[in-house]
Design a protein around this ligand. Structure first.
Ligand code: FES
Length: 131
């Protein structure tokens, strides 16, 4: 028993969030050069987070999901959560022509296997290194 029952109190506050969800799903990214890359990612990761398993991740432009730069095309939406109100607001702001296949990689969450996603822009490590 810890002093003041701190473990029990924390567990009560955290509920199921204290248990990590380690379910993994597979999806395919179609890269700008046309090649395809299958990745395994964890449940509830966004497409941007899942792209960390690519040689270069999806290019993002902001830390708070407001810039609209990380747009991707969902070729098969199997296993991708429905668009949220906050994602729709950002899409409406930056992408005037509505296209239901276009999603924001930093908002769209992975909920299952089977998605195919076309990536338009990858992070350019060389531009950061100055090479
Ligand atoms: S990185 Fe800015 S909206 Fe996704």
């Amino acid at each position: 028993m810890t002093p003041f029952g701190i473990r029990k109190r924390l567990k009560g506050l955290m509920g199921d969030a204290a248990k990590p969800d380690v379910t993994s799903y597979e999806l395919v990214f179609v890269l700008p050069d046309g090649s395809e890359q299958k990745v395994k990612t964890e449940a509830r990761y966004t497409l941007a987070m899942a792209s960390q398993f690519l040689p270069s991740p999806i290019a993002t432009g902001c830390p708070d999901g407001q810039c609209g730069q990380c747009v991707v095309e969902v070729l098969d939406g199997t296993g991708i959560a429905a668009i949220s109100d906050s994602e729709r607001k950002v899409m409406d702001k930056w992408h005037k022509t509505p296209d239901p296949k276009r999603r924001l990689a930093c908002h769209a969450r992975v909920e299952g296997s089977g998605a195919r996603v076309r990536v338009f822009s990858l992070f350019d490590y060389d531009s950061v290194r100055g090479t």
